[in-house]
Ligand binder design. Sequence first.
Ligand code: ARG
Length: 581
Amino acid sequence: MCEPPELAGPGFINLRLKDDWITEQINAVSSDKRLGVEPVSKPRTYVIDYSAPNVAKPMHVGHIRSTVIGDSLGRTLKFLGHKVISDNHIGDWGTQFGMIIYGYRSFCDDAAYQAAPVQELARLYRLVNQLVEYHDDRPAQAIQQKLSETETHLQRQRAVEPTGDKKADKALRRLEGTLNELQKQQGELERNKVTLEADPTLGPLLVDHEDIGQAVLKETANLHSGDAKNLALWKEFLPPCREEINKVYRRLNVTFDHTLGESFYHDRLALVVEDLRARGIAIESDGAICVFFGDDEPPMIVQKKDGAFLYSTTDLATVQYRLETWQPDAILYVVDHRQSLHFDHLFATVRKADLPDLELQHVSFGTVLDDSGRPYKTRSGDTVGLESLLDESVARALQVVSENDDAKPGGAELSTQQREEIAETVGIAALKYADLSHSRTSDYVFSYDKMLALSGNTATYMQYAYARVQNIFSRGKIEVGRLRADPSPIMITEPAERALTIMLLRFSEALALTVADYRPNMLTNYLFELAGQFSTFYQQCLVLKADTAEQRVSRLKLSDVTSRVLRQGLTLLGIDVVDKM
Ligand code: ARG
């Protein structure tokens, strides 16, 4: 593979790939449908649990992030030859149904419900949620408790003689910061209450529905214990709510092999708890059934004192079902980092059942933030709001596409309809790519401008690079079928050709890195570098006007491989390309 090694100063040995070797490899890749990526020798079965919004409840940006990351990991693993089963574990059985059942009985606007059921249910959910929160003292008490603790600490800290010690100083300032933050939270809570009380429609309801918290729990419990009326309402509400989510999936071009929501596991929960007890994994403590993990760790509750089962119980039943049904080698959970304790406990419990070969991964991700560093919220904060997020991105993409088209030296070349179709692809791609290109474990700031920029690490830039190659082909009236069949090989003479080729040969390495720790940004980074390398090549090497016919074919072939790798890579990210922009 390499030229003779060279010593490059103390401690360094340079290895330089032989031009012949590179040339041979790229010609093989050029005629390979899989672009040099060999399927794995030992395929595994992966279950991927992603998206999983709670239906009838505001879906938030985090659910898009989960959807997009999960989808791209699934596509990549499948391309590498693994078996992938996607399962959307939707929340279709939780307290939100108690809320909307209560809301439906107490506040439903029948005409509005007939006209647009999901919107009305979302309104009822928000309304009931507001009332429940108003009457729930626990958050205020928790803040109060922390406030007094912090005050005590602070007094103690202040009483210490000032020593000029930097550490003590820092601790003092940190405590003051905490106190400040808590006071702010307390103030905000208080202000919200006052605003609600002053509201002409909500104000009176607050008084009339004082016990709403309990009532909602009762409705949920009735649903769970099979009450016919609540079950009938649940069956009525579920389809329109599911359809609302499906609309988003259709636009994102995401599908699932299974959508087994929480309700699917309801009948299995009692058995799960019984089984855990029989094996001594769960024990009773203060009336509740818990799994313990050692003295310093809080336990995981699997059944409450009042007999209710929890999120954790459902997840245990889900693992059991997946193992029985699909015998996976790995289960990946693409879920918000705030649930890491839950998954630690879930996995630790499953491990107690001794399954040495099963890989369980919480593929966690950070929060999407707004300009001021707070979790990003859509304007209306509900499912409809989430769709408006897609609409906004597409509208802005249309602007970018139109401006770009208008500025073409030969005049605009796209019809209004073409512009709109391209904008849909570009707008959705920009949203997806923003989620994928940031390291999944970090938070990132949501910005339409940044994600639709024509330069930088964006989908728009990548789609543009792809369209550019198509443009070269159409200007040169190149027929790719004929080009690929041309026996004249790719030859490497210029440094830019060499650099581009090496980049192309690294595609399978990029995919391996992507699945090693389930990080799609490894793939976006690679594609970004590849697009950059192509740009340099295109600046430095004449393609259509190359010196000789052989060189022209060689460079066209290199451009063709680049566009295929870009396209394949983007497809694995769930991103479509366009031929013109
Ligand atoms: N429905 C949950 C939520 O919106 C996410 C579920 C994730 N999957 C799971 N098996 N727990 O927070």
